[in-house]
Design a protein. Structure first.
Length: 218
């Protein structure tokens, strides 16, 4: 289960670009809350608090307790607009969550035991993380903070597919209901490509590629 995180906000009535610009000058961030059969609500949040929260993985996939003028409702972050070059968040979209209705959202993948796996201990092998997040479906109470991918038994030439992931109770992968062609690779372990040798140049010993892996996003 995920830890609880509370975001404090205040309702706002002023709309439009001018009002949003004034909010940002006052170190406030315009945002909107929608969904769950209720009318959309415009809110404002302290920018610094959101900026700090945005540095953590939980902000993007956890249920958030949004405290608007003392009234708390559970939401998911659905969209974040950032300034093109400044360290500023420009706007946020939150979606209300119904405790009795399944939701769909993306969660991060955490890769475990990669270096100690047979593939990880073999020189010249590249372990590729083809996906770093996946879309899941579950009730809000079952939402995990992330999915763990145990690579302890990953062999050279091995592939981990979506269907190989271990899911918590109540969690599904919608992609797997669309057919076998959607059971895509999550992790692939293969030998690195050998450097091409110029046929006109003197023959030299080939150097195997060093072990590497993609870094996780965010």
């Amino acid at each position: 289960m995920m830890s609880e995180h509370t975001i404090k906000a205040a309702s706002r009535n002023a709309e439009g670009k001018g009002a949003s610009r004034r909010l940002r000058h006052a170190a406030q961030l315009p945002a909107i809350v929608y969904g769950d059969s209720a009318a959309p609500q415009s809110i404002q949040i302290e920018h610094e608090a959101i900026w700090l929260a945005s540095q953590h993985e939980w902000f993007y996939s956890s249920l958030l307790n949004l405290d608007i003028d003392g009234k708390v409702e559970q939401v998911l972050l659905r969209d974040m607009q950032r300034h093109p070059y400044k360290q500023l968040i420009m706007h946020l979209d939150f979606q209300r969550v119904d405790a009795n209705q399944a939701l769909r959202t993306k969660v991060q993948l955490h890769f475990l035991n990669q270096d100690s796996s047979p593939a990880g201990k073999t020189g010249g092998v590249v372990i590729m993380h083809e996906l770093t997040e996946v879309e899941i479906s579950c009730l809000p109470k079952d939402l995990p903070s992330a999915l763990e991918v145990d690579l302890a038994n990953l062999a050279v030439g091995g592939v981990v597919h979506l269907s190989d992931l271990t899911l918590p109770a109540g969690v599904e992968l919608p992609a797997l209901k669309l057919g076998k062609e959607h059971d895509v690779a999550v992790v692939v372990a293969k030998h690195g490509k050998e450097e091409a040798v110029d046929s006109a140049a003197p023959a030299t010993a080939e150097v195997p590629a060093t072990k590497a892996s993609k870094k996780d996003a965010k």
